[in-house]
Design a protein around this ligand. Sequence first.
Ligand code: GLY
Length: 405
Amino acid sequence: MKLNTKLISLAAAGLMAFSCTNVESQPIKNNPQWVKQAMETVEQHTKNMLPRVLESKQTPRSIERGLRPSRDWTSGFYPGTMWYLYEYTQDNFWKENAETVTEFLVEEQYNTDDHDVGFRVYCSYGNGYLLTQNPEYKKVVIQAAKSLSTRFNEKTQTIQSWSARKSRDWKFPVIIDNMMNLELLFEASKLSGDNHFADVSVKHANQTMKYHYREDYSCPHVVDYDPETGEFRRMDWNNGFCDPKVAAWSRGQSWGLYGYTLMFRETKDKKYLDFAEKIAEFLLNHPNMPEDMVPYWDYSCPKIPTMRDASAGAIMGSALLELSTYSKKNGEKYFEAGEKILKSLASENYLAKPGTNGDFAIMHTTGNYMGGSEVNGTLSYADYYFTEGLCRYLKLINNQPLFKD
Ligand code: GLY
């Protein structure tokens, strides 16, 4: 069945105002019951969490790690989820509280300690800016991009994700997650008119295509470079399975898929679309992809991989929905795969009932399996990308654009 025919045939349930990120407010005609219920569940969890956040001025990372100060790499996700809830509900309750919690992160715009300034600031201030055009948020996004781009090295042509680490023999470690932070740089170029940020993104993405990926379009977590000569040193691991020759850490594969999809969005360079589709094919055809399409923590672990990482599913689901809008050949397939993942996550197998699960929405996530941390638990970024995916899904089935041109 053609995508449009399928979309038109979806039952309309409820009518509410809905403004897509970046796009004028438009009414939602199609709001299927499973999406409505999932959104209400996320809303309830996020509301239940809020008093602890407001009192501590910290943001939730997971049950295991609790509330964390703004320098934690995950600090942007809870305010980001609040912004998506505002986008969906158009309720000022979410706008006002998202503004308050976003402010807790204000110092992060100057943080040059690692690449995560992108996650921290774009998910919070970036989403807030797209929805409110608050000029103060614009300044924060541009400053954060300046901070992130200080980590770019002309020799390696990449952004340094983490500091050098003697114990691991890392001189200039770059992790696949870094692809996500290029979104902040593109936005900052648009907001400031300074193309330097976008140039850095393009160089980083090109080097990552060349050195981070294997022939089958899978990748390890870490690649180390020599900052003096710019040479590639080796593939390595920190998350995922501990053999970098074969490891295909599922969240890392999702970060890469999302990253190259956003590279195409921002540049319209077809090589990134082709690359994103190659990654998608690796994932969708993988023999270790479970029937419900919520990935195990690593696709390639030679031991029986029983532990899921629902955060990898949420990121992949959201990315596939965007990719579906660009791919002429496989758009319908990617839409259906993204929809299937979101439906799995919205089922009682993964979506916790309000009042349970420490007030996180999504269950069965894995932080770092080999490191033994946050295993089969909760993660604020699973909730964030699940909510983002639902927002994207609603836009697509209501024939609304995902992004402004
Ligand atoms: N960016 C860190 C992680 O995905 O675990």
